[in-house]
Each structure stands twice: as C-alpha cells, then as structure tokens.
Design a protein. Structure first.
Length: 127
C-alpha cells in the first residue's frame, strides 16, 4: 500500500495530536478515517513522515525502554524486549449503522496492556 495522488483510490484521514513526547519524537494521535481503505491510517502517516511505532511494513520501528529511560540497565542474562513491537494502531471506538434497523451502533474497546504500559513510560521519561 502507498499513497499515489495520481492513480490511487481517494481516501482521507483526520488526525489530532492528543499528546507529544518531545524528548524522543513520539506523539499520541487520534486518527479518524473519513473514507475507509485497507491500511489507510498507516499509509497516510508513513507518507507524512510519521510511521506508526512497531509497524515494520510502513517503516515504523519498535519502542525500546532502553531508549527512553536514563541509566537503563538490563538484568544479566536477560534480553530486552520492545515495549511495542507490533503496529500500534488501536480501534478504540467504531460506529456503524445496524444492518437491519439503521440505528447507529457504537463499539468500544479499551487499550491493550502493552499500549497502556508504553504510554505510561513515554509520559514518565519522554515529556
């Protein structure tokens, strides 16, 4: 997937910066796809030069605690694992029309544990 202004399918995504972590160059974003395409958010962010953390397909790198925490020390015999090693896109809320009644149905999902932990460390060490 890529952004192709000339031949690509039309899509739009609204982005809102919720929080920034200036010491490491990360930001927490709210993204709203206005037209739904596969990988749309990930492709738009990469095109803008802001790949999603952990999204190897679109140029995102894992998030390591050792790069955030001053004087980070790993216990002997242990290997550091990334705080986030997957594409960190999370659908916190989806709204869609019910197929029979047409009424709007809203589905919410809390943040997964790895995302909560990563944001906690970003707030502690990168603001």
């Amino acid at each position: 997937m890529c952004v192709d202004a000339k031949n690509g399918k039309k899509s739009k995504t609204r982005f809102e910066v919720l929080e920034t972590f200036p010491r490491c160059g990360y930001a927490l974003l709210k993204c709203e796809p206005l037209i739904g395409r596969t990988h749309q958010i990930r492709a738009h962010l990469r095109y803008a030069g802001f790949p999603v953390v952990g999204d190897e397909l679109y140029g995102g790198k894992p998030l390591w605690l050792s790069r955030l925490k001053p004087n980070y020390r790993l216990k002997p015999g242990h290997e550091e694992r990334p705080l986030l090693s997957r594409a960190t896109v999370h659908a916190e809320e989806l709204s869609l029309p019910h197929p029979v009644t047409g009424a709007t149905v809203t589905i919410t999902a809390p943040w997964p544990k790895d995302l909560k932990v990563a944001v906690k460390y970003l707030r502690r060490f990168a603001t």
